[in-house]
Design a protein around this ligand. Structure first.
Ligand code: PLP
Length: 379
């Protein structure tokens, strides 16, 4: 049985993480996988999360409804949409992290779109290719030669896409992997074209708060919600609450037909995980209800900390790396070739992705000089 079954390649990010863990070099540095470590390299658990976990109701672990906990969804919706939140105009679904929110949207698209096609700018989060694998994926360039976002490429992709198809965008400036993304002004132009072509915009908002701050990042969602007839947004509390393994996310879809749209989303959940995990929903509902200000201050501190680490590193690098200072969020691409990234790994045990992606939230203060020395040496 299964004798001839081919072994599939490991996920590149997790493979790199495993390589890092197996590396015996005491000076090894992990800048690969997108996890938030503190400046001493310890995993981060927010104080508000610890508090909410200590208050968890351990006397009831019964299934949540297939759609998720309505209180969690209301509070998460208020957080993501701010004052424009209107549950009467949204279908809401709790999901197993942001990943499943993407999949749920893909499943919905297969049901409702006339054109099962989605535009995706490259490079991007690699998992989209599998998550949207049942649709036709059309690719275009996220960045220009200068490493900055290529807004024209976005507009052209939208102009040339089939009417009624889908368009994916990561929300806010904290783009994975480049750390650069469309500004609010550029979004306005894209929205105009999408609306004209009756396309649905799917915004993957995995890093809300890590781009320009919670309030500013939220404006990307608000703008799309207000100006687009067809809009969906996926959110995740993996990063901004550092709850990675708890798999807490949600999908919000703008609709005039909430109950039927939700029934479609629930079909996708029922067929895959039956009901969404409750732990993260309960913790986030408690935080959003009782400790929101405190938690938002922690998110803000995390964002400032990432910016500090990025700047400290760039300060130690030659002029050609200066544009990395303009990146936002956990990630940025160092202008290094694949070979240079490999040399960094082999000669210095400094682990970055093959495309040069660095997780600034993995930079330890004590490693700054060593990382800079390695990068300078392979360049
Ligand atoms: N979207 C993007 C752009 C991501 O980078 C990630 C995680 O790395 C996700 C979605 C998925 O997040 P989650 O861990 O909540 O599933």
């Amino acid at each position: 049985m299964f004798k001839s079954l081919p072994c599939l390649p490991e996920d590149p990010t997790f493979k790199l993480f495993n390589q890092f863990k197996a590396d015996a070099n005491p000076k090894k540095v992990n800048l690969g996988i997108g996890l938030y470590f503190d400046r001493e390299g310890m995993p981060k658990v927010f104080d508000t999360v610890k508090k909410a976990v200590s208050e968890l109701d351990v006397n009831n672990f019964n299934y949540l409804p297939i759609g998720g906990d309505r209180e969690f969804l209301r509070l998460a919706g208020e957080f993501v949409f701010g004052e424009v939140f209107d549950p009467g105009r949204l279908a809401m679904q709790a999901t197993c992290g942001g990943t499943q929110a993407c999949r749920c949207f893909a499943d919905l698209s297969l049901e409702v779109l006339h054109e099962r096609e989605i535009q995706i700018a490259e490079p991007t989060w690699v998992n989209y290719h599998a998550l949207f694998g049942a649709m036709k994926i059309s690719r275009f360039n996220h960045c220009g030669e200068d490493g900055m976002v290529n807004a024209e490429a976005y507009y052209n992709a939208a102009r040339n896409a089939p009417i009624g198809s889908a368009f994916l965008i990561q929300g806010g400036l904290a783009h994975n992997p480049t750390g650069v993304n469309l500004s609010l002004e550029q979004m306005e132009e894209l929205i105009r074209i999408l609306e004209e072509r009756r396309m649905i915009l799917f915004m993957d908002m995995a890093y809300l708060g890590f781009g320009e701050g919670i309030e500013q990042d939220r404006k990307y969602v608000q703008l799309c919600y207000e100006k687009l007839e067809r809009f969906a947004v996926a959110i995740s509390f993996s990063k901004n609450a550092s709850m990675y393994e708890q798999r807490c996310g949600a999908l919000f879809v703008k609709t005039v037909n909430g109950p039927c749209t939700e029934s479609q989303l629930q079909k996708s959940i029922r067929e895959t995980i039956s009901t969404p995990p409750g732990f993260g929903q309960e913790v986030m509902a408690n935080i959003l209800k009782n400790y929101r200000q405190e938690w938002e201050a922690e998110v803000e501190a995390a964002r400032e900390d990432i910016d500090w680490r990025r700047n400290q590193l760039v300060d130690r690098l030659p002029a050609e790396f200066m544009r990395v200072r303009e990146t936002r969020g956990m990630f940025g691409l160092l202008p290094l070739s694949r070979e240079q990234a490999l040399r960094l790994r082999e000669e210095f045990s400094i682990y970055i992705l093959d495309n040069g992606r660095v997780n600034f939230a993995g930079v330890k203060a004590c490693d700054l000089d060593y990382i800079a020395e390695g990068v300078r040496s392979v360049k």
